[in-house]
Design a binder for this molecule. Sequence first.
Ligand SMILES: [Zn+2]
Length: 317
Amino acid sequence: MQHALAPYPSPEARDRAFVALIDKFGGTVHTYGHSVDGRPLLAGQLPATKPSDRRILCSAGIHGLEYIAGQVALGFIEALAHNLADLREQAEVWVIACINPDGYATTWEADGRAERLCTLRANARGVDLNRNYPRPGNAPPSRWPGAGSDTPGAATYRGPQPLSEPETAALDKLLQQQQFSASANLHSFMGTVIPARVRDRSWFATYRDLCRALASGQPDRKYSRLSSRLFDVFTGEQEDHQHHVHDCWAVCVESFPVWASVRQHLRAPSKFWRFNPHDPTPWVTNDVAGLGAYFRYALQLPRPSVARQSRQLPAGS
Ligand SMILES: [Zn+2]
């Protein structure tokens, strides 16, 4: 009998597909840590095909139930052998298909159903890993909805302290070691691109151009940018940490727009089918092409700190 979440892969099938793809294209799979429940955290390293000291990262699945994000990551690896082959001429490419394997496994075992979103979204300790990074500059917590909560059981529970979770601590170490110059972090569902939060005008404009590049590469559905220099807040998200601490251009890409989710089910039969399309293929095709355009643009840019220095701006703006 088909699993309730078909055509999406089981946790084991996802890892098998990931390892097979990285192997097929001459890469190496690294275990960069272990989850709370002891599952390996896997990152694929695909060496550049021409001499290059740059590295880019495509990561997915920090939220357990957002399976479409992992499928886009696998599609991205495949495309590196075809229409995105030019990226590997310019940079070493790293891919993480599942940052939160415990959340993925919980979602699989529960057939994508849960009373509360945090059961499927968080790690095995109920922490929203995408609220568990330090807020840049020790920014105070925000009370905006979705900005993160100190209450265990909340969908955006940020955990007892920044990087308290093995999944985020291990990824932070990898970010430190590899010094990526650009990153895309894949989620669902919104149909938007959310850049790192920056107040600097020039950085803000660069992110506008990066998001435009991503949308221009999407052949079918173009995602719009969601950001504000003034009204955005720091929430402990991965892309903010990557930009401000690891000097990396970083965006969150939310696959599968709200309208498409509502068209699929006015009342979704489970949380899973609110976040994921029954047929991932058109979204993978659409979003992988957008990622290609985003990384192409990002690889023309100096690192954020160099971009700032070249404008001789005072620090802290
Ligand atoms: Zn998400």
